[in-house]
Design a protein around this ligand. Structure first.
Ligand code: WT7
Length: 656
């Protein structure tokens, strides 16, 4: 973000209190904060009653920093809690989700009773393929009902899902399969995006060339057409799943059974396998969903517009909403599949009352113009949420006015893959919200903003965001790498969890999240490390060296700008710069994902380095954002940055 923008952001003074009507009916009433802070651990134990336990836990928190257990001696089944118990309680006919396909008119309704049968069949099929408790199963699926069914079936068996976003490349998939030694993969032949079928199965086939331990692949037929097939390994869903019994007797598992792994970028080239366990995670997402989204399962229709390939989809499409027994919209397409008014028509048609999405999507919808939301009846909406990156006040106000009709509270929710669920957010019937601020720690959560030495900063000051006490949904570690877990999160401020975000406490003590302070970028709410992209670039035979920075971007929040020095060609000849730039952009998309494709690549004969050889990314960020250059005195050759600035000005940015 440019300095001027940041300043304007932090000078924001508007504040919006909830209406009396909303406040009166809200799930969270003002006494909640006091009740939780009196004894947070005991309060969380009460919240655990939202789950149906096979063996009720007698223990609550055991804390051997940085390793926590919550409800350690309890046992339960995650899938039973999300599905079966609602059917047993007589709510089987309630719609679990309205699935809305990418193509106009394609939709499917699934009730809780139907979902129970689908999950049972899938669990039986996975058992037949050899899946047992503790096995890791990779899930590489688009946004289709089978994705949710698969996740629920895996945890029903006490196995561990590792969902890999279907936009990731074969390389990214295979490294994730190998890192946690997944033995099974569930995928589809392809996916639809704006009416076009794009294949998925070939990426799985390619990935599995380096993954000899994968025993079976279950394939949903989504797009149709030819697919490569490995006999004995590959199985069609419609053959193996559909012939199973729709009854499945579940077993109960310990609260600390690992439930899933979700890979996320850190500051190195290797993504971290963040793992979550069962009882604490489910308690956390069920509780936050109830209070922050104020859900009334009888009447609300909830739409979390995210992908199940990210933590938002896990916590607030699958587990949080299903634990609360709500009706959801599950949408397969892009915001403009079928037209720029598609979203608003979905809201009108399904009478969506609670909408949760990312600031980057809001900015895209905003760019398209107010005529689109204005063309639909959005009066069913009563609450709006955002997640994934800081939301600029302008987008927040647009969301409030043009989507929420100035009537819906907005919850700006701060959390991370590691935190499992939301930690900082307004409570919609209590908090007077400020555009751009996540405001207040959730009840039972202990947050601080500290300076370099770990001292709490006062109101009106900025610093590093830390969590000073454990919480139920917190990650239990990095899969297979406890040392990295300690080092990454717990060494910077001993005793506290270091989130990697900068934050400010305003004069009223409210929290504003300011984005990452490390070499992690946030592109459209997706986390990517600069090192990961650099690693992909230097993997290209033409590249000698690369430095990557995240630069301010109006729509995506940040965009990737890469500074690359090329190897000399053997013949000493010149390569066409435009061609090589395009090839490198495509190369990064192939190696990681189209999300990681650099917006701009600047070819430069040199990179700015300190005398010890460290690349000065800070200066490159200044260059990329057209800022006055910072201190250059520690550089070996201070003229290098001026040269790069000049190059930057002469390079057009390559927009997609
Ligand atoms: C990073 C976590 C949480 C699900 C999606 C992203 C940024 C997240 C906010 C917010 C400001 C936010 C942080 C955080 N972030 N929510 N409301 N305001 N920043 O999950 O990929 O694990 O990324 O997203 O920088 O550290 P993730």
């Amino acid at each position: 973000m440019t300095e001027a923008k940041l300043e304007a952001w932090l000078e924001e003074t508007r504040s919006f209190a909830p209406s009396t009507e909303f406040a009166q009916q809200a799930n969270a009433q003002p006494s909640l904060y006091g009740e939780a802070s009196a004894d947070p651990v005991a309060w969380w134990r009460e919240q655990a009653e939202r789950l149906t336990w096979t063996t009720a836990p007698s223990s609550t928190l055991e804390w051997d920093p940085p390793f926590a257990t919550w409800f350690g001696d309890g046992t339960l089944n995650a899938s039973y809690n999300c599905v079966d118990r609602h059917v047993e309680a007589g709510r089987g006919d309630k719609v679990a989700y309205h699935w809305v396909g990418d193509a106009e008119g394609e939709s499917r309704i699934t009730t809780y009773a139907e979902l129970q049968k689908m999950v049972a069949r899938c669990a039986n099929a996975l058992t037949e393929l050899g899946v047992t408790a503790g096995d890791r199963v990779a899930v590489y699926l688009p946004m289709i009902p089978e994705a949710i069914v698969t996740m629920l079936a895996i945890v029903r068996l006490g196995a561990i899902h590792s969902v890999v976003f279907a936009g990731f490349s074969a390389d990214a998939l295979s490294s994730r399969i190998l890192d946690s030694d997944c033995r099974f993969v569930v995928t589809a032949d392809g996916a639809f995006r704006r009416g076009t079928a794009s294949p998925l199965k070939p990426a799985v086939d390619e990935a599995l060339e380096t993954c000899p331990n994968v025993k079976a692949v279950l394939v949903v037929r989504r797009t149709g057409g030819e697919v490569g097939w490995v006999d004995g390994r590959d199985h069609w869903w419609h053959v193996v799943v559909e012939r199973q019994s729709d009854q499945h007797t579940y077993e109960s598992f310990p609260a600390e059974q690992t439930m899933f792994i979700m890979y996320t970028s850190g500051t190195t080239a290797k993504p971290k396998g963040i793992f979550h366990t069962t009882g604490g995670y489910l308690t956390h997402v069920a509780t936050t969903y109830h209070y922050i989204f104020d859900v009334k399962p009888e009447t609300d229709v909830c739409w979390t517009a995210a992908d199940i390939g990210w933590i938002t989809g896990h916590s607030y499409i699958v587990y949080g909403p299903l634990l609360n027994g709500v009706t959801q919209v599950l949408y397969e397409g892009l915001p403009d599949s079928g037209g720029k008014d598609r979203w608003w028509r979905i809201i009108e048609h399904h009478q969506v009352s609670i909408l949760y999405t990312a600031p980057t999507t809001i900015r895209t919808l905003m760019k398209w113009g107010t005529q689109y939301p204005a063309s639909a009846d959005l009066s069913s909406l009563r609450l709006l949420g955002t997640v994934g990156e800081p939301i600029n006040p302008e987008a927040w106000m647009w969301y409030r006015e043009h989507v929420g009709g100035n009537r819906c509270p907005i919850v700006d929710t701060w959390w991370q893959t590691e935190t499992g669920g939301i930690l900082i957010s307004p409570l919609p019937g209590i908090t007077a919200t400020k555009p751009g601020a996540a405001m207040t720690p959730f009840p039972g959560i202990n947050v601080d903003v500290v300076d370099n030495d770990g001292r709490s900063v006062g109101n009106g000051q900025g610093g590093y965001l830390v969590l000073t006490a454990p919480w139920p949904g917190m990650t239990r570690g990095i899969y297979g790498d406890p040392a990295r877990f300690k080092e990454t999160y717990w060494s910077r401020f001993p005793g506290s969890y270091f989130a990697g975000d900068g934050a400010k406490r305003d004069e009223d003590g409210d929290l504003w999240l300011l984005g990452r302070i490390d070499d992690v970028m946030n592109i459209s709410g997706h986390r990517l490390s600069t090192t990961e992209v650099e690693h992909a670039l230097v993997g290209h035979p033409s590249v000698a060296e690369a430095a990557v920075v995240g630069a301010y971007d109006e729509i995506t929040g940040q965009a990737i700008v890469a500074f690359v020095t090329l190897r000399g060609t053997a013949e000493g000849g010149e390569m066409d710069p435009a061609l090589i730039i395009e090839e490198l952009r495509q190369h990064v998309a192939n190696v990681i994902s189209p999300i990681a494709r650099p917006r701009q690549i600047i070819l430069t004969p040199e990179l700015p380095k300190t005398r010890s050889g460290k690349i000065m990314r800070r200066l490159l960020r200044d260059v990329a954002e057209n800022r006055q250059l910072g201190d250059v005195t520690t550089l070996t050759d201070p003229t290098v940055v001026n040269m790069i600035s000049a190059l930057m000005e002469s390079h057009p940015s390559s927009e997609d």
